[in-house]
Ligand binder design. Sequence first.
Ligand SMILES: *Cc1c(COP(=O)(O)O)cnc(C)c1O
Length: 394
Amino acid sequence: MLMNFVISSSMKKIQMVDLKGQYNKIKEVVDASVLEVLDSTAYINGPRVHQFQKNLENYLGVKHVIPCANGTDALQIAMMGLGLQPGDEVITADFTFAATVEVIALLQLTPVLVDVDPVTFNIDVDAIKKAITPKTKAIVPVHLFGMCANMEAIMEIAKSHNLFVIEDNAQAIGSTYTYSDGTKAKAGTIGDVASTSFFPSKNLGCYGDGGAIFTNNDELAHTIRGIVNHGMYERYHHDVVGVNSRLDSIQAAILDIKLERLDSYNRARQVAARAYNKAFENQENIIVPTGKTVCSGICSDCDCHVFHQYTLRVKNVDRDALVKHLNEQGIPCGVYYPIPLHRQKAYVDDRYNESDFPVTNQLVKEVISLPMHTELDAEQIAFITSTVINFVNS
Ligand SMILES: *Cc1c(COP(=O)(O)O)cnc(C)c1O
């Protein structure tokens, strides 16, 4: 105890996400931009929103970015834009945040949850193939924890079965996917359409709620621009049932400043992840996340992983006791996600068998996400990793 006190007394307080530390470094420029928007009174659909949209299109290398109010709306609007109809089956991962399945159900589409891959935590390609029926209309891969799903295989399946692909890119903005021939594309620019979230703790987060939809399809972009604005394509002519979903100018101004820094923010996350990986090397009961085995398997190191979360699997140890111990030592951590979606009350269904989800059922017992953000320092990482290792081996 005494020793831990001595170590931690000189150390910055450890946080799961350090928004304050990050803000302090860009405070001057952010404050000036926000004041500028306040002064302009162009609070909604102002020039800052348009400017951010253009800058994000350039950054991603995608033809259209349509800003909206949050990442959940973005998913819903993407599905509305594709014209999916009640009863259409949409395949997505059992191991993800509930927003993904929520909007499928809300639109009266039929969610089809499938198992994930134990190494990448992303949707399992063979499980997708098995789940396809004549009613299947779309696949929603979620680039979980900052790592791109196996898009090359997923796009191939989609093409051969004539399915739409909607990428849930809320956790992986800035991640680069590498195809087997070596060509690269940014996560969120590969499927028919993608959604993202600018929730404050995401890799590109604003200071409130925000989201966006990406697509390279001109017609779909046009449809979606009407849907986000009450189904209006001409003022006060409502051609389709739409929604009201907007990114406000203050958030756009903040996002523009953070977009310029997104690559360096993601690099800081990768540096922290590598330091964690190194410290856990040779630990039999700790499985670290890897960036090497994904994409087509040829990318070096952790390029395709932008570490929205740094998530371990722990073996032969009481995970919940580890969480408690870390919290007692002043180390916040998270369990993403403790319950598979197929067992959530809102989404249970007779169609599912427990034997269809061996990986998810195992992961929910083993996963633990350690502090991950742009401001972690070596001393904090050393304290976190030694605390984890001591507990796991005790
Ligand atoms: C955060 C998140 C969302 C929802 O984004 P909001 O902006 O909070 O609505 C959707 N999907 C995934 C995978 C997320 O992590």
